[in-house]
Design a protein around this ligand. Sequence first.
Ligand SMILES: [Zn+2]
Length: 313
Amino acid sequence: MRILIALAAALMVAGATTAQAAAPAVMAAPNINGANVKAHLTQLQSIASANGGNRAHGRPGYLASVNWVKSKLDAAGFTTRVQSFTYGGATGYNLIADYPGGDANNVVMLGGHLDSVTSGPGINDNGTGSASILEVALQMKATNFKPTKHVRFGWWGAEELGLRGSRAYVNSLSSTEKSRIKAYLNFDMTGSPNPGYFVYDGTEHKPVIPGSVDLQKRLEAGFASFGVPTELTLVNGRSDHAAFTAAGIATGGTFTGAEKIKTTAQAQKWGGTAGQAFDRCYHRSCDTMSNINDTALDRNADVIAWTLWATAA
Ligand SMILES: [Zn+2]
């Protein structure tokens, strides 16, 4: 008995010493280069232009988008897979990408939908979220980020037809696999031309998932660190986080506004035009490269990186 206590004490001392010696300096999140995100958007615009003007479910521009994003991630050393599903008589695809390493029982996931509506190329909705998480993923590799948690990305199909891809993904997971996902962060429309800076309200889902409030606060802290005021928004299950929330997984996200009208108070706080929609080209053919606010796009990309580094480190 005695020797066990002594041994335990010795181990504790050794452990403490080791921990001190091995503790790395806290790695700051990289500042994401907005020009890199714009370059990805230009690729998505080119893919739409070459495929009948859209990147919609069941149309060739969608699968071309999946293949292009996949090629970038494969080149950066991610483990990728394409999950297919069927909706409305057409095959849909989700792209799943795992960053090597980290605790497989403690997964942080980021996602956004890669499909557009049929009426346009979907550059703000949701080229922006898709391109931003792609650039953040590439910067994980470029900065040699070694998070303690496992990080996974998802680009979802057929969101515009009722969140079909993200639901297919969550439904494909066993209860054990679901329980390993501790957080899901969703990015859908992060470069609206008349932008607001909205963070998903972590209390939207009832009963409230405590981890969702933590993610909300972290996203708010990210914007605050860049001096950007935010408002909470009730997304009311209008994007892909809904499937994760329904599975009891903590979720959060950011949004720069769609068809709703910017108020005078919001224009005073954020600039832009009161009395006008956050995105006048929402679900229209004019959702092109000229439908992007560069500052909103860059700030959101920075907050995505900031929040991922803070959540997964
Ligand atoms: Zn969307």
